[in-house]
Ligand binder design. Structure first.
Ligand code: NAG
Ligand code: NAG
Ligand code: NAG
Length: 507
């Protein structure tokens, strides 16, 4: 497992944010080049000599120091300073898949990176170079398995090994070695990574790992042609839900449809052999998914044309994003003449470390930079803003309301709560808020069975476990005790007023 340790080094999470999604245009050189520049803006660690994004500096140089492993390097999640979550591994898989299927020109640029749509702690608004937030590192090991994250990373590496094969065979081989190790680990030690990673993992909750195991095995089969991987997806077809579920979703959390479509290709290429019967079952699900997706697209397209709006499907998508839209604006930052200038990105919104040498602290970042009406001082080339909505409006806006955290809880209680709104956005007429509640241990006395009552919760909640009783939650099993003076937090997202949190009982 020594080698795999280095791979796990990539699973470093700290905490941060961006309200943007990132997209890639496989057709147009400049837009693609801008997109790839985005990855450069996200680099962590010591920057290489050929770094083109000059407003960034070295950062996160002691990552892993406390844990006695070298975790320096990698990419930040998005506008924040988290490294490598589940959505990012998925993005790499998808980027590789795009490259394998369509993107020779993309690989000619000889670059590859990670993207994500991270979200987490809004408490600090600062440059990566000034980071003072704790660089907590989380590691998966045999006692703390994470089949979803390890499986997705195995899939990413197997797919990337295929994408890189024509360009650098030794790199491709190395990726494959790690992909196999990771898959072995993911399969042998089963568990959800969110059960292994503490309180901080709120936003990368995956709903299961069976799909990632099938997905990883499928990519490994494609990359190695080793039949044992095909046998794996066939043997586990029913138990892991590969042929049982007709899913309606393909996302970083759910890859069944991708598995089904990749396996259909094996069948269509005439490579089914002894596994043909089961592969046909996979294909039946792929047909179902594709036809319902096609149906939904057709219906949606009708609705949109009735409303004189635009359907942005893959072909037309690029032109729309690049400026063929009623606002004549590019939704890719830095592309064209007219593009978003207030992108929600910490590094971009604060003056560069090379022009403003003094440290911009956590709170100062909010006060002096986050709320500034002027354009971002740095251009995060290649970032694609969230939206646009049906009126072609997009999220070019970082000053979200942020309420100060105020403690509340009755005197005499062993814990205190701090509530803050860390983000907000609007869908239709409804304003949604991301609420973060920090639980702080005020007592020295041993407390067990702390139960919290949460009333008026209408949205989703991360970071607490439900109990059998309605509205009653407990600390997740892996936390059990909050050390005196320390804290842990949970998050919920909902429209309308906030939920009411109180201590229900404890012993
Ligand atoms: C190929 O990848 C290896 C890492 O495995 C790297 O050291 C080498 O520089 C790469 N070669 C080229 C031509 O990019
Ligand atoms: C607070 O800390 C004390 C001392 O470690 C511990 O006994 C107690 O259970 C903690 N309370 C909570 C709610 O975790
Ligand atoms: C909050 O929940 C309580 C019961 O748990 C209910 O009586 C009350 O109407 C709710 N308030 C709102 C604003 O939904």
């Amino acid at each position: 497992m020594v080698n795999s340790r280095r791979v796990f080094a990539a699973f470093v999470l700290a905490l941060t944010i961006i309200d943007a999604a990132f997209g890639f245009n496989f057709n147009y050189g400049d837009a693609l080049d801008k997109s790839l520049l985005f990855f450069e803006a996200q680099r962590s660690g010591k920057l290489p000599g050929n770094q083109r994004v000059k407003w960034r500096g070295d950062s996160g140089l002691t990552d892993g120091y406390q844990q006695k492993v070298n975790l320096v390097g990698g990419y930040y999640d998005a506008g924040d300073h988290v490294k490598f979550g589940l959505p990012m591994a998925y993005s790499v898989t998808m980027l590789s898949w795009g490259a394998i299927e369509y993107g020779k020109s993309m690989m000619d640029l000889n670059q590859m990176g990670h993207v994500g749509d991270g979200d987490s702690d809004h408490y600090c608004w600062e440059r990566a170079e000034d980071m003072t937030t704790p660089r907590t590192a989380y590691k998966l090991d045999t006692e703390h398995p994470g089949s979803d994250l390890a499986g997705e990373t195995a899939a990413a590496m197997a797919a990337a090994s295929l994408a890189f094969r024509p360009y650098n065979s030794s790199y491709s081989d190395l990726l494959l070695v790690h992909a196999k190790q990771l898959f072995w680990f993911a399969d042998r030690f089963r568990g959800l990574f969110t059960d292994s990673i503490l309180c901080a993992k709120e936003f990368y909750t995956s709903s299961g790992y069976s799909d990632e195991l099938l997905w990883a095995a499928t990519w490994l089969y494609r990359a190695t042609k080793d039949e044992s991987y095909l046998k794996y997806v066939v043997d586990n077809a029913a138990t892991m839900g590969g042929t049982g579920w007709a899913v309606k979703e393909f996302s970083w959390d759910n890859k069944y449809a991708g598995v089904q479509i990749l396996l259909s290709k094996v069948l269509m290429d005439g490579n089914g052999g002894a596994y043909t019967a089961t592969l046909k079952q996979y294909q039946a699900k792929a047909d179902y998914f594709a036809s319902s997706a096609a149906f939904l697209l057709a219906v949606y397209s009708d609705y949109l044309s009735a409303a004189k709006s635009v359907l942005t499907c893959p072909d037309g998508n690029a032109d729309y994003i690049l400026g063929k839209n009623p606002k004549s604006m590019s939704y890719i930052v830095g592309y064209g003449q007219n593009y978003p200038i207030h992108v929600h990105h910490r590094g971009a919104s604060i003056a560069s470390i090379s022009t403003l040498h003094s440290v911009v602290g956590c709170v100062q970042g909010f006060d002096a930079w986050y709320h500034r009406p002027e354009a971002n001082p740095n251009i995060v080339h290649g970032g694609l803003v969230g939206g646009p909505d049906k009126n072609d409006n997009f999220d070019d806006d970082h000053p979200h309301p942020k309420t100060a955290a105020k403690p509340y809880e009755k005197p005499g209680m062993p814990v205190e709560f701090f509530h803050s709104i860390t983000d907000s956005w609007t869908v239709g007429r409804i304003a949604y808020y991301r609420h973060k509640v920090t639980i702080k241990n005020k007592s020295e006395k041993p407390i067990t069975d702390l139960k919290l009552a949460i009333e008026n919760l209408s949205g989703s909640l991360w970071g607490l476990s439900p109990t059998q009783n309605k509205n009653i939650y407990e600390l997740p099993e892996w936390i059990k005790v909050i050390k005196p003076g320390s804290e842990c937090s949970f998050v919920y997202v909902q429209g309308g007023p906030q939920a009411k949190v109180s201590v229900q009982s404890y012993h």
